[in-house]
Design a protein around this ligand. Structure first.
Ligand code: S3P
Length: 183
């Protein structure tokens, strides 16, 4: 049965930011969560693509990763300036130290956790993520997980997506949001 979300939605003064590895389902879960809370949903990468009038792959190709990280930093700081929304950010955003601090200070962060098999399954058929096109996909995913999981673990909330439909994951997030003070 769906939790009563009214108290959460009414007191949502901070944005909710979904972090986690590429392919963990941040965008799908984020859109559903925003719908459940009746607040806007923004995908930070789509926002950057619109601003730059290029896909993420084209930005990497034409301007390089450092430029992309600058766009990402600017975009997320702008998006988090006001509360009452759900924002899904790219897998590298929370890894950038100063941006992580900004997210921690201005939002409630939720780590959308997925295990290696789930990520590989979701990512193996896709080719629009430049970091994964640099070599052996399996090895890159493993390496990034090793490096990034201890950092994602610093998020306020961790939600496991290994089992359960997206709606179930949303329900898990809402349950945990109830325990977060000063939403
Ligand atoms: C990246 C993840 C991508 C995108 C870019 C870099 C990363 O977003 O921001 O390709 O460093 O993990 P998703 O996590 O939405 O795929």
């Amino acid at each position: 049965m769906m939790t009563n979300i009214q108290p959460i939605a009414a007191s949502l003064s901070k944005p909710i930011v979904l972090v986690g590895m590429m392919g963990c389902g941040k965008s799908v879960v984020g859109a559903l969560l925003a719908k459940a809370l009746n607040v806007p949903f923004i995908d930070a990468d789509s926002w950057i693509e619109e601003k730059e009038k290029m896909t993420i792959s084209q930005i990497f190709e034409m301007h390089g990763e450092v430029y992309f990280r600058q766009c990402e930093d600017r975009a997320i700081r702008t998006l988090l300036a006001s509360g009452g929304k759900v924002v899904a950010v790219g897998g590298g955003a929370f890894i950038q130290e100063s941006l992580q601090k900004y997210i921690k200070d201005h939002a409630v962060s939720v780590w959308i956790y997925a295990d290696y098999e789930t990520l590989l399954e979701r990512l193996s058929r896709k080719n629009h993520r430049p970091l994964l096109e640099r070599g052996n996909k399996e090895a890159i995913i493993k390496e990034l997980m090793e490096l990034r999981y201890p950092i994602y673990a610093k998020a306020d909330i961790r939600v496991d997506t290994t089992t359960g439909a997206h709606e179930v994951v949303v329900e898990r997030i809402i349950q945990q949001l109830k325990n977060v003070r000063r939403l």
